[in-house]
Design a binder for this molecule. Structure first.
Ligand code: DX5
Ligand code: ZN
Length: 221
């Protein structure tokens, strides 16, 4: 397992020059591209779909694209994202009637499968599916928007899920999403996360518009 993954959320990128933005964060040392899909139904916001994922692949992006589906229902969009070049596909259990089935669906299309837990979703939702997952994504904000503050209870949740993953003996990534900044990433890592989504902290970093993303990605690492 690659030890630390920085996954910039392109939700905070400049969509008018998305290809360039993604090239620049990857050149700065980011590992994955975090791709937030919102449907104005599961969450009160509307973003991007498979066409944009495919466009990034055609543009030449070879890094893993980490698709975070905030859509309900989830199953019918999974094949489209697999075809569009998604590497991992994560979904919220509240948006699937059959969580185990959705996990198998994602894997049958050749993608890594992730389950996303909202701040108030109990970790017991992992009980019978953890071993089937490639990734657990803990939300440290309520999904829907970039730029919110990290909810502190996520640290304890991280520790508990870390213990479960370690006990499983499997190579399951533990990803955190929401309010991750250069000045709290160390304590988030200490709580057990190995994969860090950061949107506003990277794309809105002071000076990034003139000097690029090297400095902020380096600081986070
Ligand atoms: C929120 C999204 C996040 C968001 C994070 O629903 O899932 O990925 O872009 O943004 P920041 O890092 O600004 O909290
Ligand atoms: Zn996300």
């Amino acid at each position: 397992l690659q030890s630390t993954v920085i996954a910039p959320s392109i939700l905070s990128a400049n969509f008018a020059k998305l290809g360039e933005e993604v090239d620049n964060v990857l050149k700065a040392g980011a590992d994955w591209v975090h791709f937030d899909v919102m449907d104005n139904h599961y969450v009160p916001n509307l973003t991007i779909g498979p066409l944009v994922c495919e466009a990034l692949r055609k543009h030449g992006v070879t890094a893993p694209i980490d698709v975070h589906l905030m859509v309900d229902p989830v199953d019918r969009i999974v094949p489209d994202f697999a075809k569009a070049g998604a590497s991992t596909i994560s979904f919220h259990p509240e948006a699937s009637l059959h969580v185990h089935r959705t996990i198998q669906l994602i894997k049958s299309h050749g993608c890594g499968a992730g389950l996303v837990l909202n701040p108030a979703t109990p970790i017991e939702v992992l009980d019978w599916v953890l071993e089937d997952l490639d990734l657990v994504l803990l939300m440290s904000v309520n999904p829907g928007f970039g730029g919110q503050s990290f909810i502190p209870s996520a640290l304890d949740k991280l520790r508990r899920v870390r213990e479960r993953i370690d006990n499983s003996g499997r190579a399951i990534r533990l990803e955190i999403d929401g309010g991750v900044k250069a000045d709290n990433i160390a304590e988030i890592a200490a709580a057990g996360a190995d994969t860090f989504v950061a949107g506003s902290a990277i794309f809105n970093a002071p000076g990034a518009d003139q000097h690029g993303y090297d400095e902020i990605v380096r600081r986070m690492k």
